[in-house]
Structures are given as structure tokens and as C-alpha cells.
Design a protein around this ligand. Structure first.
Ligand SMILES: O=C(O)c1cccc(C(=O)CC[C@H]2O[C@@H](n3cnc4c(=O)[nH]cnc43)[C@H](O)[C@@H]2O)c1
Length: 234
């Protein structure tokens, strides 16, 4: 089972790596460096959906051309949580990875690109795998939104809640990672640890250390689930 884990920044990649005991080997590629630890390849893919998609696609393409394609891609890192469902330090696993701001503003409100006749706005990870991960890690399962702009007001948080009532968290890379995985026909997961509430901006209140610790603990429990999972299961 070959797994590619894409975080945004190196601190998140290191938090994931801490869950694995094997030594890390660095494999540089154009624009991104793969950190290999046992059966897991980790990349700090960059902040935002575009760079995350480009970096993930590079790693996927290199593996495929090398004859060792990945079986699963995991978008991972910290996130904003929608209160009260996703409190600080909790884990969230996406059963839907949804681009929240990919569309058009109209006089009647926001229209997703799908309603304009283009593309997709949601990727769905394998259901059985999401359930198994929720059980093993204690993560709540629900929609994880991908945004290009971190929510900074109560009004924006309310608008996202109204449009996505199942949303547990927002982050900035999941949909980009999922688009790259879909292009390679590889299943995708998103696992997030909540560092801050979605709402009025208060950077001083972010609990990044607690969220990174939760991410390490979550990946420690995830490994057993992934070892037992077959990519042919739904
Ligand atoms: O300051 C640090 O030490 C630090 C350590 C690890 C990561 C960070 C980040 O700022 C990561 C940015 C990353 O986090 C996601 N994120 C977190 N909260 C939110 C949010 O409320 N809305 C959207 N995204 C959020 C996002 O995926 C960013 O790429 C800092």
C-alpha cells in the first residue's frame, strides 16, 4: 500500500512524520521534495489549492512514471473548525471535500461552477475507509471545505454554514489535492486537526501546537487502518 500524504507546510509534514518510526529519506522532485518514511511519502505541498494541486500532481506523476504509483492520497494538516461540532484539538475526516468558493457571485447569491456547467466542486473519499478512520481515530466525519481565503468574520462563517450545513471544518488545500488525485484515478482522504474556530479573525487564539499533536496522534492510529484497507473497497 503506497500512500502519499500532502500537508501545506513543513510543520504539518513533520507532525505527520512523528507518527512513523522509520528514518526519513528525502527525494527531491521539481518544485517539491518527497520525505519517505517506510511506506509513507510525505510532501509539504504549499498553502492554497493551486500550489497543493501542482505539488501533489508532481509527486503522483513521478511515482507513476517510476512504476510505483500511489494507492491513496491523504490531504492533512490543521484547519478551522465550525463550532460546536468541531472543537479545538479535535480531528475531522472528510466524507466530502468541497471547494466552497469555486463559482460565481450573482445578484441571487453564490453559484458553484457545476451550476455554470463546468467541472466539479466535491470529491468523495471511499465511504468504508472514512468510517474506519472515524472509528479508529475518534475523528468526526463530515464535509471539509476548501477555501482560498481564510474566513475572518461571523457573517462569512454564517454564509458558509448556510450553504454547507454538513461542514465541520475549512482549510485551504483539500480540493486541490483531491483534483490531482482524481486526475490520476487515485482515491483521496482529508484528515484535519482543528487549530482555530471558523469565525472572526483572532490569530492569537489559534492552538497550532495542540492541533499538530492531535495530527500526530491521529496518524499513529490511521496506519493500522490503511494497512488493512484495499484500494478496491469503496
Ligand atoms: O504558525 C505555525 O506554527 C504554524 C504551524 C503549522 C501550520 C501553520 C499554518 O498556518 C498552516 C496554514 C494552513 O492551515 C489551514 N488552516 C488552519 N486554519 C484555517 C482556517 O480557519 N481556515 C482555512 N484554513 C485554515 C490551511 O489549510 C492553511 O494552509 C502555522
Amino acid at each position: 500500500m503506497r500512500v502519499l500524504v500532502a500537508t501545506a507546510v513543513p510543520a504539518e509534514r513533520e507532525a505527520v512524520a512523528q507518527a512513523f518510526t522509520e528514518p526519513v529519506r528525502e527525494l527531491p522532485l521539481p518544485g517539491v521534495t518527497v520525505h519517505r518514511s517506510g511506506g509513507h511519502d510525505l510532501i509539504a505541498a504549499g498553502v492554497g489549492p493551486a500550489l497543493a494541486a501542482a505539488s501533489t500532481a508532481t509527486a503522483l506523476t513521478a511515482a507513476a512514471l517510476g512504476g510505483t504509483p500511489y494507492d491513496l492520497v491523504v490531504s492533512a494538516g490543521i484547519a478551522g473548525g465550525f463550532a460546536p461540532a468541531a472543537p479545538l484539538g479535535s480531528l475531522v475526516v472528510a466524507d466530502e471535500i468541497t471547494a466552497a468558493d469555486l463559482g460565481a457571485e450573482t445578484g441571487d447569491g453564490f453559484l458553484p461552477v457545476t451550476e455554470l456547467g463546468f467541472g466539479t466542486v466535491t470529491h468523495r473519499p471511499p465511504e468504508a475507509l472514512v468510517r474506519a478512520i472515524a472509528t479508529a481515530t475518534g475523528a468526526r466525519a463530515g464535509t471539509v471545505l476548501t477555501v482560498a481565503t481564510v474566513t475572518g468574520t461571523a457573517a462569512r462563517a454564517d454564509a458558509l454554514r448556510a450553504r454547507h450545513p454538513r461542514a465541520l471544518a475549512e482549510a485551504m488545500e483539500g480540493f486541490g489535492v483531491a483534483e490531482a488525485a482524481a486526475a490520476h484515478r487515485v482515491p483521496v482522504l482529508e484528515l484535519r486537526a482543528v487549530s482555530n474556530p471558523v469565525g472572526p479573525r483572532d490569530r492569537a487564539a489559534w492552538r497550532v501546537g495542540d492541533a499538530l499533536a492531535a495530527l500526530t496522534e491521529g496518524f499513529g492510529k490511521l496506519t493500522n487502518v490503511l494497512t488493512r484497507w484495499s484500494p478496491h473497497e469503496s
